[in-house]
Structure formats: structure tokens, C-alpha cells
Design a protein around this ligand. Structure first.
Ligand code: PAF
Length: 322
């Protein structure tokens, strides 16, 4: 009897300590030094601290676990715990999210952050929750700009025939088609090699990503088109979160909020310092761009991808946010 009790106590202690050491994997597409890496580390540090070490964490950076679309699927089947991703591929899972990917919709960072931190952002996080995912917090990628290896882009005519990698996002593809480029959707982990080998001439991403990925090694020109705001979101697996207590879910929520805040602070820093870094590394940075003709063509070709299905209400609500 004595032996049995001792064995049971040891087994219970082992079970508790196994629970106490749950290690969370946070996947993202960029390096640990990037704005996503900073956000992933803030998530891990906050979760570890709040849980008193019951949860620890590690990053799976640089697309180690696949492109953003693969990682989102990983959350749905429970092979991955937490992902920081742009909304690029998310519309394939939660079509209402395409509203956020419309070009020239957000005026500036303040407009985007106020929108996402308010009712609209919460409604869209709730929509994510209806699609076998948990949307914890709105993080950030940044305003996207066009880079390419061929020539300076100042007007839509300069995009003519340019083979441009876009995200796997039908709103973005329609926008670039309208602006005159030849959009080629591709997962991010394939992009650097595709640029290097001339499979595509260019791509579009925020300064944060262009610097983190050292695209100056394969791209000469960057045009500050700011054609679309690229939100990011901290997502979790429902398979993981459904098994947690309210207190534990609270730790995950706080970790996601800390992650989003840290990423946005890093975006702010790189928006200040990043353009100089691009120049230092030999890129020609084109700043004298009249955005109006880009905006007109992009809106004409892409807004209907969203509004044909969902109407114009969400677009008007976002435009009205002060
Ligand atoms: O271009 C993309 O696919 C995204 O902007 C990236 C770089 C994966 C960050 O979310």
C-alpha cells in the first residue's frame, strides 16, 4: 500500500511537472531580429513570466515551418501553437479579412492602428474565431512598397509588364493587375531565390521586411508607393486554447498584446531608420511618386473582389475612422 501511494504521488508529480513545462512554438516568416522576431520574443517572455514558468516558448522563425498559409493550416490541425502572420493569406481562410487588404484604404499608421484597436478590429478577430482559428491581437507588418531589379518605378506605366511577386491574396493580385504589372503569387520562403534567379523582377513589402530580408542583395530599386497597409495578427490554435483554463487563456491574451505592442514599436523604429539602411546598402530609393494614379487603377480593379461579396459598408466604416 505504502509503495502504491508513493508511486501514485510520484506519477502525479511527474504529470504536474510535465504540464508545468509546456513549451509553446511561435512560428513566423522572418528572422529573429525582425519586427516579427521581436514580437515573438515578447510573446514568449510575457507568457513565461505571467505563468511563472508553467509555459515556456521558442520561435520557429524564417518560415522553418513553411509559408504563412502552411502555418495557418498548422494552427487549425494543432501541429503549431501560435503564429504571427500578415493578413496576406488569411483571406483564404476568413474572407471578411480581405477588407483590410484593399489598397490605399488606410491613410497612415494612426488610421490603421485606431481601426484595428477599435470595434472593427474586434469584429474581425471574432470572425477569425468562427473559422477554426483564434485571433488574439492585431500586430503589424507595415505599409508596402514596390522593389524591383529592372528600373525606377514612378508611375503605373513603369509597372507595365514587370513580373511582380505578390502574396497569395486575390485582392492584391487584382490591384497589381489593374496597375499594369504581371502579378505572380508565391509563398514568401520561395521569394529570395525567385528574385535571385530572375523568375520574378520584383516584389512588394514594407521597409521592415525589405531590411530584414536584405533584399538589396537581389533588388536595385525601391519605390515608396505605400500602396497598401499590411496588418499582421497573432493567431493561436483552437486545439491548444480550448484546453486551457480562463486564467491560462488570459496569459496568452496578455502575451499577444505585449507581442503586438513590441512589433509596432519596432515598425516605428524601422520606418525611421530603414530607408537610410536601404540607401547605405546600394538601393535607389524613389520617393517622388504621385500616388493618385496608382490608387485610381488599384481601386478600380480590386475593391469589387471584396465589395461584390460583402458590400461597401465595412470599407465606408474604415474610411470614416478618424
Ligand atoms: O510578403 C509576405 O509574404 C509578407 O509580407 C511576409 C514577408 C511573409 C511578412 O508577413
Amino acid at each position: 500500500m505504502k509503495h502504491f501511494l508513493t508511486g501514485a504521488i510520484v506519477a502525479a508529480a511527474l504529470a504536474t511537472s510535465a504540464q508545468a513545462q509546456q513549451n509553446i512554438v511561435v512560428g513566423h516568416a522572418l528572422s529573429t531580429a525582425s519586427h516579427y522576431g521581436v514580437g515573438a520574443q515578447a510573446f514568449i517572455d510575457t507568457l513565461t513570466e505571467l505563468s511563472g514558468g508553467a509555459f515556456t516558448g521558442e520561435q520557429a522563425p524564417a518560415g522553418q515551418l513553411g509559408g504563412e498559409r502552411d502555418m495557418i493550416e498548422g494552427l487549425q490541425i494543432g501541429s503549431l501553437d501560435v503564429v504571427i502572420t500578415s493578413t496576406g493569406p488569411l483571406g483564404n481562410f476568413v474572407p471578411e479579412i480581405y477588407a483590410l487588404d484593399l489598397p490605399f484604404l488606410f491613410r497612415d499608421y494612426a488610421h490603421a492602428r485606431t481601426t484595428l484597436d477599435g470595434d472593427i478590429g474586434q469584429e474581425l478577430l471574432d470572425k477569425i474565431g468562427e473559422n477554426n482559428l483564434v485571433g488574439l491581437a492585431w500586430s503589424e507588418n507595415g505599409f508596402r512598397h514596390v522593389t524591383n531589379s529592372q528600373h525606377a518605378v514612378r508611375t503605373p506605366a513603369d509597372l507595365d509588364g514587370l513580373k511582380l511577386r505578390t502574396m497569395e491574396n486575390k485582392v492584391h493580385m487584382a490591384a497589381f493587375q489593374g496597375m499594369g504589372a504581371s502579378p505572380t503569387p508565391m509563398a514568401f520562403p520561395e521569394l529570395f531565390t525567385a528574385l535571385q534567379q530572375g523568375v520574378v523582377d520584383g516584389q512588394e513589402n514594407p521597409v521592415t521586411v525589405i531590411t530584414a530580408s536584405k533584399f538589396w542583395e537581389v533588388q536595385k530599386y525601391v519605390s515608396l508607393t505605400g500602396h497598401v497597409y499590411s496588418p499582421a495578427v497573432v493567431l493561436a490554435s483552437p486545439i491548444l486554447l480550448d484546453g486551457l483554463s480562463d486564467e491560462q487563456r488570459g496569459w496568452f491574451q496578455a502575451a499577444a498584446d505585449a507581442s503586438a505592442a513590441a512589433t509596432r514599436a519596432e515598425v516605428n523604429r524601422l520606418e525611421e531608420a530603414g530607408v537610410a539602411l536601404l540607401r547605405e546598402n546600394g538601393m535607389e530609393v524613389i520617393t517622388d511618386i504621385d500616388k493618385a494614379p496608382f490608387a485610381e487603377l488599384a481601386a478600380a480593379s480590386s475593391y469589387s473582389v471584396y465589395t461584390d461579396q460583402y458590400g461597401t459598408e465595412m470599407v465606408e466604416r474604415i474610411q470614416a475612422v478618424k
